[in-house]
Ligand binder design. Structure first.
Ligand code: C2E
Ligand code: MG
Ligand code: MG
Ligand code: MG
Length: 286
């Protein structure tokens, strides 16, 4: 009986594996079509200043309106697109679209709202990436200082010195680079020392743990203190509750991002976003 059960389990795993391979083959094919049929859309999530609630920028987050599966999360298709190489055309589309939309937003709304765009390591390391950034800025008319690129620690795996050079070049153009999901990768502290960056984004996994786990809290506080000594700003991502917000206020984290303030929204909704979010426990008076 045990043997039969064993085989069933094996069969189950095999079926699942076949299903998931079929799935990714289908998705891969769909991804190709999606790029041509404009099934992607950018949503924007505000970042607010901890002390004032002032909206000081937005992060562009890609959404896929799949014709039969509905809205698919980037968690599901970004890594697939990275494996198939399709992240290159997709990433280019995202960068151009974000610059185009925010350049228009700037003139139509007469409002300056810097935009952060996620850049996959593969895309960052591809030859000609810097030229692509320059060209897109030129063509869309977005001032370089209103664009920020978000890269994760994984970019350093492919050559830290090259990354530092590229970041210096970007800085010279006026484009800033932030380190995303900070603390989840394997990069050493010396990278942080050598990087011409001005901002680190603490990963959501730390934020949700600081209230219950004193080790997470120590890491968060350590990163904030260290970053401030290096004249860098810290963003806490994934703030959902008032308690988390208060905790970050107390720790002097500079910027906050999370469902508590605003979910990622389509461009049209961004137009009615206030300059400052209504009082929700901002400031150090708490
Ligand atoms: P990320 O860059 O760390 O972006 C933050 C993610 O956390 C977003 O998920 C955002 O919607 C979500 N989030 C924000 N606030 C909260 C909160 O309070 N609670 C919770 N539970 N989640 C929150 P999203 O949009 O699903 O994107 C997931 C990831 O996919 C991003 O993580 C980023 O790594 C990647 N991604 C998204 N768009 C792009 C893109 O255009 N290019 C590349 N290369 N990657 C992208
Ligand atoms: Mg990001
Ligand atoms: Mg992030
Ligand atoms: Mg994250």
């Amino acid at each position: 009986k045990a043997k039969r059960q064993g085989r069933n389990t094996w069969q189950w795993y095999r079926d699942r594996e076949v299903a998931s391979i079929k799935d990714s083959v289908l998705l891969r094919h769909d991804l190709h079509t999606a790029l041509h049929e404009e099934q992607f859309e950018l949503y924007y999530q505000p970042l607010v200043e901890t002390t004032s609630g002032r909206v000081c920028g937005v992060e562009a987050l890609v959404r896929w309106h799949h014709p039969s599966r509905g809205l698919i999360s980037p968690y599901e298709f970004i890594s697939l697109a990275e494996r198939t190489g399709q992240i290159i055309p997709l990433g280019r589309w995202v960068l151009r679209q974000a610059c185009l939309e925010m350049a228009r937003f700037r003139t139509q709304e007469e409002r300056i709202l810097p935009v952060a765009v996620n850049i996959s390591s593969l895309q960052f390391h591809r030859d000609g990436f810097l030229d692509e950034v320059r060209r897109i800025l030129e063509e869309t008319g977005l001032p370089p200082n209103q664009l920020e690129l978000e890269v994760t620690e994984s970019v350093f795996l492919d050559g830290a010195s090259q990354v530092i050079d590229m970041m210096e070049t970007l800085k010279a153009i006026g484009v800033r680079v932030a380190i995303d999901d900070f603390g989840t990768g394997f990069s050493s502290l010396s990278y942080l020392r050598d990087l011409p960056t001005h901002k680190v984004k603490l990963d959501r996994s730390f934020i949700s743990d600081t209230l219950s786990d004193h080790r997470s809290a120590a890491i968060v506080q350590g990163v904030i203190t260290m970053a401030h000594h290096m004249e860098m700003m810290v963003v806490a991502e994934g703030i959902e509750t008032e308690a988390q917000q208060q905790d970050m206020v107390r720790r002097h984290c500079d910027l906050l991002q999370g469902y508590r303030f605003a979910r990622p929204m389509p461009l049209a909704e961004l137009r009615s976003l206030p300059e400052r979010l209504p009082a929700k426990g901002f400031g150090h008076s708490l």
